[in-house]
Design a protein around this ligand. Sequence first.
Ligand code: PGA
Length: 251
Amino acid sequence: MRKKFVAGNWKMHGNLAHNQKLLEAVLKNTTNLRQSEIAVCVPFPYLSAIQAQLKNTHIKWGAQTVSEYDKGAYTGEVSTEMLNDFGCKYVIVGHSERRAIYGENSQTVALKYIAAQKAGLIPILCIGETLEQREGRITEQVVGEQLNAVIEKAGAGSLMKSVIAYEPVWAIGTGKTATPQQAQDVHEFIRKSIAAHNTTIASKITMLYGGSVKADNASELFAMQDIDGGLIGGASLVAEDFAAICEAAQN
Ligand code: PGA
């Protein structure tokens, strides 16, 4: 059985005081939830404080993006080595906001994914379709292409050390969650696509659903066969909500 995993994606929210309070409450409210993995992906400037607060606890941490380059003249960028300096375990790559607002394409995302793994970080690879693409009935094509871009560059074997997050763009931050069946259908498609390369990895890989997961819809989503947890945006900023979602992920 795959272990459930809940990761918070704080996006560009928070400040030192708020983060500390939030994590104090999350730590307290999730202290008995040891059957699932819990992590928070935070803005870069807070990594040091978060490392200090979370080290030796049951909660892991990571970043929301990373440079595909090792080092050099890349003003404003942050490298995998820097993330390692602050004890990150995870890094989100290819979030739809990075793709849509910052022009990251599947090739760049694949390079970031490779850089993360090379440094021993676990990439949380985000893939998902827009509303227009869903209505145009090309969800599988879009998600398949996003996945294949990584498989082509990094090899299917690399998926063993990654997490996939299926995040339909139309469900992110909109309050419009995919139904458990809609999410399950795409998760099943992704798992089958991976199985075409390697059945062991397909059965072992952790696949998260993301897009308006809340305390009151998490259980039914996580109960679906191919959904192993969630990538949580808005609800990860409220301690009680995030803890309740973590609770829904107990196997
Ligand atoms: P949301 O964000 O939970 O606020 O919809 C999810 C995400 O963007 O990862």
